[in-house]
Design a protein around this ligand. Sequence first.
Ligand code: ACO
Length: 320
Amino acid sequence: MNYARIAGTGSYLPKRIVSNTELMQWVDTSDEWIVERTGIRQRHLAAPDETTCDLAEHAARHALAAAGCTAEELDLIILGTTTPDRIYPSTACLLQARLGNHGAPAFDVQAVCSGFVYALSIANQFIRAGSAKKALVVGAEIYSRILNWNDRNTCVLFGDGAGAVVLEASDQPGILSTHLHADGSYHDMLTTPGTVAQGRLINGSGFTEMQGGDVFKFAVNALSQVVDEALQANQLSPESIDWLVPHQANIRIIKATAKKLKLPLEQVIITVPEHGNTSAASVPLALDIGIRDGRIQRGQTVLLEAIGGGFTWGSVLLTY
Ligand code: ACO
């Protein structure tokens, strides 16, 4: 069996940390409100001259070093982002040039906060089909660039960052199953509606608009279903899961999914208090942190899940 196995992970956070208290200078909010409703205490924000590719490059280099792999060896590069450096070329191609890889297919995936889970699932298919042997999969965002910093409903929730994984073909079990979904009929519930479709310049708002309460309800439901789906596909009981690495949008959504799995919070990698919601970067960032601090060990069963605008949602069940 040709599994796709995680060979190494990496992540990167911009240096600037913005606390909830600092946000009170910009919008009418409070530390108590943000912590109680979301669990978020702070977020990292990119410097004005930093780009998504800068963040991705740091995370990718850490992942390559952890995997003992050179950029030349990569035969696939996939990057999940909602905040690409340019309309084109893809940020994956920009990253490929920075890393010095020539010739491997490189492309971006746009599934908002599910971007990394989508990208990892695609890379898994390439490796299982024998079309790639070593793949770099990145989630990177400067989400702060598509936030209206006068809108307290959204600006307190997000942060910037990047995470990366090197996958390699292996006889040893790695990714066991992936489960992707989308329902575009919800496209207006969570959206950044700016468009290049009309006129010469970008038209419309370039800022995130969200119906928070409805997103919350949909997220809890969809994640509960996708977690069941992953367990059933592998004929596993909830007790078989060693670690849940959830999308880090809101501590209350994370707790609902952990409860569904009957997992104590000690078996959930939680970074939302320190990072906020870093969109496509949130799952690989949390995964890298859980691996580097020694909580996630080789041979353990790990469930990744995410939900984002679209709606898009999905999970990846793997043996680390
Ligand atoms: N500070 C203070 N008050 C605020 C703030 C704030 N930052 N933001 C909103 N409010 C106010 C609103 O104006 C509203 O006031 P009103 O009732 O006077 O109109 C009130 O708080 C809303 O309160 P609730 O409805 O009780 O808020 P709720 O418990 O639903 O929490 C939240 C709001 C945190 C946005 C929640 O709905 C949520 O987390 N939703 C999911 C959001 C999310 O995760 N999005 C991204 C997921 S997908 C992806 O990652 C792309």
